[in-house]
Design a protein around this ligand. Structure first.
Ligand SMILES: [Fe+2]
Length: 372
């Protein structure tokens, strides 16, 4: 499956993953063949992209080779968590009251599932509408942070503190005017000043909640601090930033750069990986960053890559720890001919073959059309 921008959708494409509204309403189910009415519906809901079946996987002799992409958290769990966070944050905006119990329960079932699926890698990003961005983001930052906590060997108590802090890290954004919060495009200097108060606002709300551990409130306060001391709001650096906040800072940026926004398509995992690496030591704790990145599939399942041999291949398996050397199946040979049952290449064994390009979703569609 490939994430395709809504503006590039065409009638006849097949939906590869259910699409939900923030209220948890199913907008389009897996297997739906798109028509103009469905595409308009997606635009009305302000969804920037949708997962579409990869035309190459579908045409292969053994098209069930990538049946489902294993996920760290099931779709139902994610949808339910987004719904709860949405409602609870809306109540906070309206009444200034925070329902701590809702967040604790949500963090609890997200932790349960992450633990159950330990060892799973991150292959996909979730699809969000413009209005639902903050809620989907909070849930995903919680999942990514918890996964990192598990890798770091945290016990259940630590995981609870971390997950709750991650889920609530942007609580203060509920007090930021909506025009600034969902402004499409860069903020002015003045708007940025307002926006940069959200860690303090969040801490102020959370520290008054007797049910929220103070350490989780500190995650909200410190999640924009940078490892070199160049962040906000206190310019803390190194180990003066709580370890939980150092984890959440990494998950926060990774999720932000890989998510599609109305004004900008998200980075692909391999691009995000490079960006994150370039921020080690300055923005991020390099040791935690390494742990975090070990869970990211740089070439996710069902991606299409070009090899140094000139062949074009589909990623069919990713081995944790060996993310740069996936197992592939050739779909276009070195002479440019489409292969319906091409050979398998295990890059952990073909050490002189390299991936020299990863196709964007748009390029995959163009490639398919050019071979028709
Ligand atoms: Fe934030």
């Amino acid at each position: 499956m490939q994430k395709v921008a809504t503006v590039r959708l065409q009638p006849g494409m097949i939906v590869a993953r259910n699409v939900f509204s923030i209220e948890g309403v199913l907008l389009l189910g897996t297997g739906t063949i798109l028509n103009n009415a469905y595409i308009e519906r997606l635009q009305q809901f302000d969804l920037t992209s949708v997962y579409i079946k990869n035309p190459f996987t579908d045409q292969m002799a053994d098209s069930d080779i990538i049946d489902t992409i294993p996920e760290v958290v099931r779709e139902e769990t994610r949808v339910q968590a987004v719904q709860v966070v949405h409602t609870a944050f809306q109540n906070l905006s309206a009444t200034r009251q925070l329902d701590s119990q809702q967040f604790k329960e949500t963090a609890g079932f997200l932790i349960d599932e992450v633990i159950k699926n330990r060892g799973a890698m991150i292959h996909l990003t979730d699809i969000r509408s413009r209005d639902g961005y903050t809620f989907g983001h909070s849930v995903n930052v919680c999942v990514l942070s918890t996964l990192t906590g598990v890798q770091l060997g945290y016990n259940i108590l630590q995981l609870r503190e971390l997950a709750l802090g991650a889920l609530l890290h942007d609580t203060g954004k509920m007090l930021i005017p909506k025009e600034i919060l969902i402004k499409p495009g860069p903020l002015t200097a003045e708007e940025r000043k307002v926006m940069e108060q959200h860690p303090d606002y969040g801490f102020d709300i959370l520290r008054r909640q007797s049910e929220i551990p103070l350490i989780s409130s500190h995650v909200a306060l410190q999640h924009h601090e940078k490892f070199d001391g160049g962040g906000y709001t206190r310019s803390l650096g190194g180990s003066d930033i709580h370890e939980y906040a150092r984890i959440v800072a990494i998950a926060d940026v990774y999720d932000a750069i890989t998510s599609d926004r109305p004004y900008k398509e998200g980075s692909l995992p391999h691009e995000a990986y490079e960006i994150m690496m370039s921020l080690a030591n300055t923005h991020f704790d390099p040791v935690i960053l390494k742990t975090f990145l070990s869970q990211i599939a740089i070439y996710p399942l069902d991606s299409i890559v070009r090899l140094s041999s000139g062949e074009i291949a589909l990623v069919t398996r990713v081995i944790p720890g060996l993310q740069t050397r996936p197992i592939l199946k050739v779909i276009v040979d070195a002479d440019g001919r489409r292969q319906k049952d091409g050979p398998e290449i295990d890059l952990t064994k073909h050490l002189t073959t390299f991936i020299d390009k990863i196709f964007t979703p748009a390029e995959i569609l163009d490639l398919d059309a050019s071979l028709a």
